[in-house]
Design a protein around this ligand. Sequence first.
Ligand code: IPE
Ligand code: IPE
Ligand code: MG
Length: 252
Amino acid sequence: MFFKRNNKSKQEIDSHKLPQHVAFIMDGNGRWARRRGLPRTAGHNEGGKILLKTIKTCNDLGIKAMSVFAFSTENWSRPKAEVEHLMKLPNEYIDKYLPMLKDANIKMNFIGFIDDLPDDMKKNINYAIEETKANTGMIFTTAFNYGSRDEITHTAKVIAQECLDGVLIPNEITKEYFAKKLMTHDLPDVDLLVRTSGELRISNYLLWQISYSELYFTNKYWPEFTEKELKKALLEYQNRQRRYGGLKGEEK
Ligand code: IPE
Ligand code: IPE
Ligand code: MG
């Protein structure tokens, strides 16, 4: 499947060179709103619309896994009203968009410390997972109340307990075994990590899973991350040479 050529770029997306797993740090909603004299919450709402479009485009392109960072373990430090607004969004989106995502054969997945979230949210999240569990298209993973260091620490505890219980010996702890115990156990490693808003950092997202990801940063705020911007990121990805520490091409 190919995008139509636009006048900015002569290249087209090569459907054989798509990343299997694309993850997005959806940043800049607040600044987008402030620039327009709007409350930060308006930026989160606008960001939600872009998210839906991005899901549709990734799915149409045939990307196997798409992940987004929606709420970090550090985001609890924001003003109470903003936290409350962010907590309402997944419920709203599940209500509004679940039938569409279901029809599009998308499988909904969540990572993060979901058990610590309000009951209505947990219920909605489990409903979305249940309703789409038989879907075989793109896996769409939302990270909510997620922090990578907490995830890794939690996994280390689980594995330590297995050793104490006598079901595992330390020598059996390989990197593959460890990865299977992370919250992302069903997902391939991230091939492409996109962060919007001009910040050049990872902010505690998927530290293990991005070991060999290609990183793409754009100054656009998340609500400005249109299909054209997504296409730019994918084109840049397909022009990168992934070496994994080895040599490629004529250097061999
Ligand atoms: C990203 O936008 C969304 C969340 C972190 C929930 P921000 O709210 O961080 O927006 P900025 O970075 O302040 O502009
Ligand atoms: C990262 O954005 C978290 C999410 C997008 C959910 P932040 O805005 O919270 O990150 P920092 O504070 O700029 O590192
Ligand atoms: Mg931010």
